[in-house]
Design a protein around this ligand. Structure first.
Ligand code: NAP
Length: 253
């Protein structure tokens, strides 16, 4: 049974007409960067019955212990929850699961030299939490953050990314992958294709190598599946607790 806690919105950031971030105050159990919880609202029943709590899992974007919890959300126009989440205002209440979950965390990763964090859409969130927390920079020499989006306007969190690059000079390779328009930075096209044809490694100047690389995948299930396949063809293996490998993954929906 989920233990629900009431929280309050303290900030709304609308990145565009679909993407937004909610910052919330709530008394949650301690959690680790990379984990997720559930956000819920009591909403009218579609069939006219009693209101129901509609909830969905969202990753923390903030590092732990900053006094607030932040979630990065994409509007699903015909979805049950996100049209209401998008309308929330500062001061509004919402429900959060007190206990976080998820294994896309630093403590689950084997050691390595380079850490590749590959995401699409709002699934960049857990990687922002890990990078902002900073322990990944103590455990890995080079960090690569790929973010696959359709349009450049979906490249949210630029101020945080600029701050991280300043804080860790030469250590964080941020690579936007914009698929549906030409963009002035990063690479055009999809992440697995740019691994397969070598453009991604050439762009960052690092090699995806089982001996030195750890890879975290989070996002669109098709991206996760195809990237897993191309990495496996390069000799990297799924990481399991009982059989350490190089690839840790989470489908975002
Ligand atoms: P997204 O699907 O996470 O990411 C879009 C990017 O992924 C595009 O650049 C797309 O490239 C690329 N992509 C798609 N398939 C790929 C593949 N096989 N390999 C590599 N890259 C691939 O985008 P989003 O806008 O955040 O989410 C879109 C939809 O996902 C939402 O409308 C919603 O339906 C669903 N979603 C659901 C949840 C949830 O919690 N239920 C959360 C997030 C998203 P192309 O332009 O080439 O297709």
């Amino acid at each position: 049974m989920t233990d629900w806690v009431e929280g309050r919105v303290i900030q709304m950031t609308h990145w565009n007409d679909k993407l937004f971030s909610l910052r919330v105050e709530a008394d949650l159990e301690p959690y680790t960067a990379g984990q997720f919880t559930r956000l819920g609202l009591w909403l009218p029943d579609a069939l006219g019955g009693e209101p129901q709590r509609v909830a969905h899992a969202y990753s923390f974007v903030n590092p732990p212990n900053v006094g607030y919890h932040e979630f990065y959300v994409v509007l699903i126009p015909d979805g049950r929850l996100t049209p209401y989440l998008q309308q929330l205002q500062v001061g509004d209440g919402l429900w959060l699961a007190r206990q976080a979950s998820g294994f896309l965390t630093l403590d689950e990763l084997p050691v390595g030299r380079d850490l590749w964090m590959l995401s699409t859409g709002t699934a960049i969130g857990p990687f922002l939490s890990l990078l902002a927390e900073g322990r990944v920079f103590e455990c890995f020499e080079q960090l690569v953050l790929a973010h696959g989006v359709r349009l450049g306007e979906e490249l949210s969190y630029q101020p945080l990314l600029a701050e991280l690059q300043l804080r860790w000079p030469g250590r964080l390779h941020y690579v936007p992958f914009v698929t549906r328009e030409h963009w002035h930075s990063g690479l055009h096209g999809r992440i697995p294709d740019a691994i397969a044809d070598g453009r991604f490694e050439a762009h960052v100047g690092l090699t995806l190598d089982p001996a030195s690389s750890q890879v975290m995948l989070c996002g669109n299930p098709a991206m996760v599946k195809e990237t897993l396949q191309v990495l496996q063809s390069r000799g990297l293996r799924k990481h399991l607790r009982r059989e350490p490998g190089q690839i840790s993954m989470e489908n975002y929906w």
